[in-house]
Design a protein around this ligand. Structure first.
Ligand code: DHB
Ligand code: FE
Length: 279
């Protein structure tokens, strides 16, 4: 049976890509952020995942306002970074894990999740930057199954529904008869608001409480509605729904912290990193 090695959540601010491209990892502005990753690199070298199942939010690249799926699962042969503007100038495409993707799709649809399935899909900074943070040589040793959750156009799925999605994905992975080692990833957040009257809004107290909850009481954030989450974390802070789905995939049993980091500000965003494995 496929085995989940752990759940990893991180922020995906586009400026990280520029810092990687310009080799600014030791720059005083960037160092507290990049310093979070070497323990994760060592953990990955030890656990050697074959597949990453990644919850991320597309930012208007693959899905635009005319067609906006609530949940979309990629079953494509490969995923090309096609983000606009700044970032890492060139990235190798990431290979898709199509068989596991179809198994996840079948399991989820069987459990009444109404999905969009994508046999072609381009990806943006929300997927490519975490990959480049985890494997800085950008020679991807894993295949991926991307799962996009809409945080761009209202109505957004509730925290409760994203948690249920993550749980179902975890159970689908564990029921796959392959012997793959699978890393679950969630990318987005933490608190940030890029526009409007509260542009620049950050809520450190809430972010830290949310990170604590993922370790001790993973359903905690499901008490909040999406408008409440926007109020507490900013319009883009609601990307923390990806963290919740990735955590839920680990299951309800006790977890052990592998790494945790939190740094303000990276661009306009509170940047977090949390890696958990089953205790
Ligand atoms: C920023 C953060 C994001 O999550 C994003 O998708 C784009 C920009 C930022 O802080 O600049
Ligand atoms: Fe984002």
């Amino acid at each position: 049976m496929a085995r989940i090695i752990g759940s990893l959540a991180t922020s995906h601010v586009p400026a990280i890509g520029r810092a990687i491209a310009k080799n600014l990892q030791s720059d005083p502005y960037w160092k507290p952020f990049f310093d979070g990753f070497p323990p994760v690199h060592r953990w990955l070298a030890d656990k050697r995942p074959d597949v990453v199942v990644a919850f991320y939010n597309d930012h208007g690249l693959n899905f635009f306002l005319d067609k906006m799926p609530t949940f979309a699962v990629g079953a494509a042969p490969e995923y090309r970074n096609a983000d606009e503007g700044w970032g890492i100038p060139q990235l190798a495409p990431i290979a898709g894990e199509q068989k596991l993707a179809w198994h996840i799709i079948e399991q989820l649809v069987g459990r009444d999740f109404d999905l969009t399935t994508c046999q072609e899909m381009v990806v943006d900074h929300a997927l490519s930057l975490p990959m480049a943070l985890l494997w800085p040589d950008q020679k991807w040793p894993v295949r991926i199954v991307p799962i996009a959750i809409n945080t761009v156009q209202f109505p957004l799925p509730s925290a409760r529904r994203c948690y249920a999605l993550g749980e179902a994905v975890g159970e689908a992975v564990r029921s796959w008869p392959g012997d793959e080692r699978v890393l679950i990833m969630g990318t987005g957040g933490l608190s940030h608001q890029l526009d409007g009257q509260r542009a620049g809004f950050i809520n450190k107290a809430f972010d830290l409480q949310f990170m604590d909850s993922l370790e001790r009481d993973p359903r905690w954030a499901t008490q909040y509605s999406v408008p409440e989450l926007v109020e507490k974390t900013g319009t883009q802070g609601v990307e923390l729904l990806m963290w919740l789905a990735a955590r839920a995939a680990l299951g309800a049993g006790p977890v052990k912290r592998v790494q945790r980091n939190y740094h303000i500000p990276i661009s306009n965003t509170a940047s977090g990193l949390l890696v958990l494995e089953q205790a």
